[in-house]
Design a binder for this molecule. Structure first.
Ligand code: ACO
Length: 335
C-alpha cells in the first residue's frame, strides 16, 4: 500500500492587522481581557476591496504549496477544500479554486467540519492516496470570518477570537516505508452541535423568519459559543485523540517532535502541552498573531513551523483539532 507525504505547504493572511486595541474602539473589550483569556494579540481581517475571499485566499496559499512541491496545477488530481465560511451558500470553495487555478475537470470535495476541517480533509486525501486512486491531492483550509461576526459588544465573547486566512498542503503518493502520514483518527459528537454553531440563515432559519423574530439576543445569524463548555470538552478530546494516534503507532508523548494543535485558544494549547509534558519547542502556536482561523489554523501553523525550520526530516509531527460539531481528530506524521 502507498503512503501520503506532505510535499508542499503554503499560507496566506490578509494584510489588514486588527489589534485588540482596534477592537476596543468598536466594542466594550480590552487588550488585557483578550490576552489573558485567549493569548490573542492581533488577527487579520479582510478589508472590503482588498480582493480577498475565502476561495481567493485558498488559491494564494495553494499556489505557494504547489511551487514548493515542484508541481503545477496540472499535476493535481483532487481538491479538498475545508471551510465554514464559503464565498457562497453553494457551490463550495473547491470548484471555485478549480476554476481560478485553470485546473482540469478534476473532482473537488468540500469539507464542513469547522475547526477539525483540515484534519478531516487530510484524512480524506490520505485514503484516496493510500488506495492508489490519486497521486497528488491539494488540501486547503481557508476562512473569511470577519464579515460574519457580530462586531458589537453583544458579540464580543466570540468575535474577538476569530481571524481570516488560508493554508494549503499538497499530499503526494510515496512508497517510502515508515514515512509520511502514519495514521489519522476522526470523531464527532452531534449531541453538542448547538454549543458552537451558527443557526441561520439556513433551511431551519430563513432570512424572513430571522427578520420577523428580530430577537435582541442570541441572533441566529451570528455564531454562538458556549465558551466554558467548549473549553472543557476541547481539553479532554484533544488529549484523547492525540493518545489514540500515538497508541495506534506504538509511540508515546516523549516521541513527539512537534505538536501542531488547532489554534483555538492559547489556554487550550497550554493545557494540552502540560498534559503531555511537552516543552515550548515541541508545541507550535501562532494564535497570538492570527487569532483562531478555524480550518485554516493548522495549515497556517504547519507552514510557519516548517518555514522556521522547526520541522525536520524524520520528525514525528502530530496534528490535532477540536471544534464545532463537536468534531475532533488527529494525524500522526513521520516527516
Ligand atoms: N472583552 C471583555 N469582556 C468580555 C469579553 C470581551 N471580549 N467577552 C466576554 N466578556 C465578559 C462577559 O460578558 C462576562 O462578563 P460578566 O461576568 O460581567 O457577565 C465576563 O467577561 C466573563 O465571561 P465568560 O464568557 O464567562 O468568560 P470566560 O472566562 O469563560 O472566557 C472564553 C470566555 C475565552 C471564550 C472562554 O470560555 C474560553 O476560553 N473558551 C474556550 C472556547 C474557545 O476558545 N473557543 C475558540 C473557538 S472554538 C474552537 O476553536 C474549538
Amino acid at each position: 500500500m502507498y503512503t501520503s507525504k506532505i510535499s508542499g505547504l503554503g499560507s496566506y493572511v490578509p494584510e489588514n492587522v486588527v489589534t485588540n486595541d482596534d477592537l476596543s474602539k468598536i466594542m466594550d473589550t480590552n487588550d488585557a481581557w483578550i490576552q489573558e483569556r485567549t493569548g490573542i494579540k492581533e488577527r487579520r481581517h479582510i478589508k472590503k476591496g482588498d480582493g480577498n475571499s475565502t476561495s481567493i485566499m485558498g488559491v494564494k496559499a495553494a499556489k505557494i504549496a504547489l511551487e514548493r512541491a515542484n508541481l503545477t496545477s496540472d499535476d493535481i488530481e483532487l481538491i479538498i477544500f475545508a471551510t465554514l465560511s464559503p464565498d457562497m451558500y453553494f457551490p463550495g470553495g473547491g470548484v471555485r479554486v478549480q476554476e481560478m487555478m485553470n485546473m482540469k475537470t478534476i473532482p473537488a470535495i468540500d469539507v464542513r467540519n469547522q475547526c477539525s476541517g483540515f484534519v478531516y480533509a487530510i484524512s480524506v486525501a490520505d485514503q484516496f492516496i493510500k488506495t492508489g486512486m490519486y497521486k497528488n491531492v491539494l488540501v486547503i483550509g481557508s476562512e473569511n470570518h470577519s464579515g460574519g461576526l457580530d462586531m458589537t459588544t453583544r458579540g464580543r465573547g466570540v468575535s474577538v477570537i476569530f481571524g481570516d486566512g488560508a493554508g494549503a498542503a499538497v499530499l503526494t503518493r510515496s512508497e517510502e516505508e515508515g514515512k509520511g502520514i502514519l495514521s489519522t483518527h476522526l470523531h464527532s459528537e452531534g449531541a453538542h452541535a448547538k454549543e458552537l454553531s451558527l443557526e441561520g440563515p439556513s433551511t431551519e432559519h430563513w432570512v424572513p423568519e430571522i427578520i420577523a423574530e428580530n430577537p435582541q439576543e442570541n441572533i441566529p445569524y451570528y455564531p454562538y459559543m458556549n465558551g466554558q463548555f467548549v473549553f472543557k470538552n476541547a481539553v479532554v478530546r484533544f488529549s484523547e485523540v492525540i493518545n489514540e494516534g500515538l497508541q495506534a503507532n506504538n509511540r508515546t508523548a516523549s516521541d513527539i517532535d512537534m505538536l501542531i494543535p488547532h489554534q483555538a485558544n492559547l489556554r487550550i494549547s497550554q493545557f494540552v502541552q502540560k498534559q503531555f509534558k511537552l516543552s515550548d519547542d515541541q508545541v507550535y502556536n501562532n494564535i497570538q498573531k492570527y487569532g483562531n482561523t478555524t480550518a485554516a489554523s493548522i495549515p497556517i501553523a504547519l507552514t510557519e513551523a516548517w518555514e522556521e525550520g522547526k520541522i525536520k526530516d524524520g520528525d514525528l509531527v502530530v496534528l490535532a483539532a477540536f471544534g464545532s460539531g463537536f468534531t475532533w481528530g488527529s494525524a500522526i506524521i513521520k516527516w
